[in-house]
Each structure stands twice: as structure tokens, then as C-alpha cells.
Design a protein around this ligand. Structure first.
Ligand code: OAD
Length: 340
């Protein structure tokens, strides 16, 4: 996985929702392919990554990481897994409820219009909302299993849950190995599953593409919208423009919240009530996972780690005097008080 910052956006235009509604109503769109990102789950209470101020990467500033994405980079994790575990509980999907947007995907599936969903999210809320799992590829993996990053041994679920609950890094049970255990989510520096290459072809079969809640800044998912055949509409439902969506004549950009955007579409299609019913059912059905109930907020987790880092780096006055005395007695001729 890598960053993809190439963006070519044409001038903004009014969304032509009616053209999409007509296409669906006249049966011209029956193989809808969807690409989703963190923005479809912010309504469930989990911050996205790159939104200024509210996104995870801005919130991580107090941790002074070498760069924000380092927290999810496999090389950084290999020697400093603490930041990942400090925030893991606050991002764990245990107690999240599906949003209206997740329910909209389930509604498309129910109406036999959903060809395939590529999600970059690891929260599993698509399935919780009722999207059949064989219609979804969790391109960046999930929290359901975990392995030692080093020797790849598996690690028991109950111990992993405990680690996420307490924020303490779990280490490989093979004491000779000592590697940190990592959930089977795809980190930067790792490859996506081979299934991605296989499923990518589904995009060529799309007769409509929906792109929702993603900045399209991370490859390889960012390239999927460009694979849509010419003449096939691509609909972006997002707070901001993303990738090259809006550049083609048939593109439709509905800027604003995903939940509002899908409601607008559903209402125009006459599906408003169905959508609401499905959403309410999904919210009621999702059981809370007591393992993760009542944990600290993301901001509290970050604050706690930031102050523990500060404490570790802090040298007490007494310790400082002892070090100065020691250095003076050893190197007094070259190090004098007030230098260095
Ligand atoms: P980003 O945070 O990069 O982008 C989220 C997009 O959703 C932004 O364009 C927001 O403006 C938009 N957005 C946020 N809330 C919204 C809402 N309620 N309604 C509409 N739009 C909203 O997240 P992704 O594109 O998913 O990978 O990021 C891709 C990958 O980068 C992630 O899977 C993650 C990250 O680093 C790893 O951690 C390995």
C-alpha cells in the first residue's frame, strides 16, 4: 500500500442526481460497484484519517511520530508498536453501529443491484448492516485474527482482546521470538491480499460506480475509479472532491455527508422508508461487545501516551545533578556547567 497524491479535478458542477436515478429505475444500472473509505464510518463515531483537525493523523500530533502514517507502517510497528496499541481500543469496532450509508449498501444488495463493494475500512460495519460478505472485499483486512509480525505465529483471541482493552502491547508467545503481535490488518509497507487483484476485475463489469467517504489518497484502492469503463457514471459522495472524480462527463459529485447523500439518492428513488427501516434494524441488531465497552476516548488515549512519553524522557532534578557530577568528575576538563 502506498500514498497516491496525484489529483486532477475539473471545475465543480451541480450534482445530476436525476440522471443516476433514471439509470437505476430504467434498469441500466444493475451491477453497482462501490468503493468506500473512513468517511462512511465517521457517523458511527470513528474519526477518519486525513480530515483537518478531526482526522486521526492530526490528532496524533502530540505523539511526535516521524510522520502520522508511521503508526500504521509495518517497519515502525516492528520497533515501536506502543502508539498503535495506545489507540487500538478507541478505534476497535466492538461497539460501533452501522450508519445510514452502510444500510444503503445493504439495501442495494437487497434490491439485487449491488455487484461488489471494496472497502478500505476494517470496522466490518458493512456486514453488520446486512451486506452479504461474499459481496465485500475488506481490502485492508480486519480485526478478526492476529499474528506475531515477526515469526507469523497466531495469537489467541482472548489475549488479543485483553491487549486491546488495556492498551498494552502483546508479544509473541514464543519467548525466543519477542515480536509484537499485529492484528491482520494491512499496514503501509505490506501487500494487499491476492484477492484484490482478482476482484479488481469486477470494476470493469460495473454499470455504475459509487465512491463514498474516501480521499482516494492511498493506492491501490485509489486506482479503482479510473478502471471504470468510459461512458459509465461514477458517483462521488464525499465531503470534498477526491481523485479524478468529476473529470469525466458522466461523473456526478454529491458533496456533503455520506449519510445525507445516500438519503437524497434513496428519497429520489422512492426508497427512503426502506432505507430507514433497514438502518434501524441494523442498529438494533448489532450487539455491544462488553469487552470494549466504556473505554477511554481517542483523545484520552493519545493524551495518556503523550504524557507517558514525556515522563520517560524527563530527567528528575536529582538525576540531572547526579549525571552532571558524574560527567564533571569524568570529563570536567572538557565539559563545564552550562555547556552542551
Ligand atoms: P481519509 O481520512 O483519507 O479520507 C476520508 C474522506 O472522507 C475525506 O475525503 C473526508 O473529507 C471524507 N469524509 C469524512 N467524513 C465524512 C462524512 N461523514 N461524509 C462524507 N465524507 C466524509 O480515509 P480513507 O480514504 O479511507 O489505511 O483512507 C485510506 C487509508 O488511509 C485507510 O484505510 C488507512 C489510511 O491510512 C491504513 O491505516 C493502513
Amino acid at each position: 500500500m502506498s500514498d497516491d497524491t496525484s489529483r486532477h479535478i475539473k471545475a465543480s458542477m451541480e450534482p445530476d442526481i436525476q440522471s443516476i436515478v433514471d439509470r437505476i429505475k430504467t434498469g441500466k444500472a444493475t451491477r453497482i460497484v462501490v468503493l468506500t473509505g473512513a468517511g462512511i464510518s465517521t457517523g458511527a463515531g470513528i474519526p477518519d484519517f486525513r480530515s483537518p483537525n478531526t482526522g486521526l493523523y492530526d490528532k496524533l500530533a502530540p505523539l511526535r511520530l516521524p510522520y502520522p502514517e508511521a503508526i500504521f507502517h509495518v517497519n515502525y510497528f516492528s520497533h515501536t508498536p506502543e502508539p498503535f496499541y495506545a489507540i487500538a481500543r478507541a478505534r476497535h469496532p466492538g461497539n460501533l453501529k452501522p450508519t445510514v450509508t452502510h444500510a444503503f449498501l445493504a439495501l442495494l444488495a437487497k434490491k439485487n443491484l449491488l455487484h461488489f463493494v471494496f472497502t478500505q475500512n476494517i470496522d466490518g460495519l458493512e456486514q453488520d448492516a446486512g451486506v452479504p460478505p461474499d459481496k465485500v472485499l475488506w481490502t485492508h483486512g480486519n480485526w478478526k485474527s492476529q499474528h506475531c509480525y515477526k515469526c507469523k505465529s497466531s495469537y489467541p483471541d482472548d489475549l488479543m482482546n485483553k491487549a486491546i482493552r488495556t492498551g498494552e502491547v502483546p508479544y509473541c508467545l514464543d519467548t525466543g521470538c519477542g515480536g509484537a503481535v499485529k492484528p491482520d490488518v494491512v499496514f503501509f509497507g505490506q501487500s494487499l491480499s491476492a484477492e484484490f487483484d482478482e476482484k479488481e476485475k469486477e470494476v470493469l463489469e460495473a454499470d455504475l460506480m459509487l465512491v463514498m467517504g474516501t480521499s482516494l489518497r492511498v493506492a491501490p484502492c485509489s486506482r479503482l475509479p479510473r478502471l471504470v469503463r468510459r461512458g459509465i457514471p461514477r458517483v462521488l459522495i464525499n465531503n470534498e472532491k477526491a481523485g479524478d472524480l468529476g473529470n469525466r462527463d458522466d461523473d456526478v459529485c454529491i458533496l456533503g455527508s455520506c449519510d445525507d447523500g445516500v438519503r437524497q439518492l434513496a428519497d429520489a428513488l422512492g426508497w427512503g422508508e426502506d432505507l430507514n427501516d433497514l438502518w434501524e434494524e441494523a442498529v438494533a441488531t448489532k450487539k455491544n461487545d462488553q469487552t470494549f465497552e466504556g473505554g477511554p476516548s481517542l483523545d484520552e488515549c493519545i493524551e495518556k501516551l503523550a504524557s507517558s512519553i514525556k515522563d520517560k524522557m524527563k530527567v528528575s532534578d536529582g538525576h540531572k545533578r547526579m549525571l552532571e557530577n558524574h560527567l564533571n568528575s569524568k570529563f570536567g576538563h572538557i565539559i563545564t556547567k552550562g555547556h552542551g
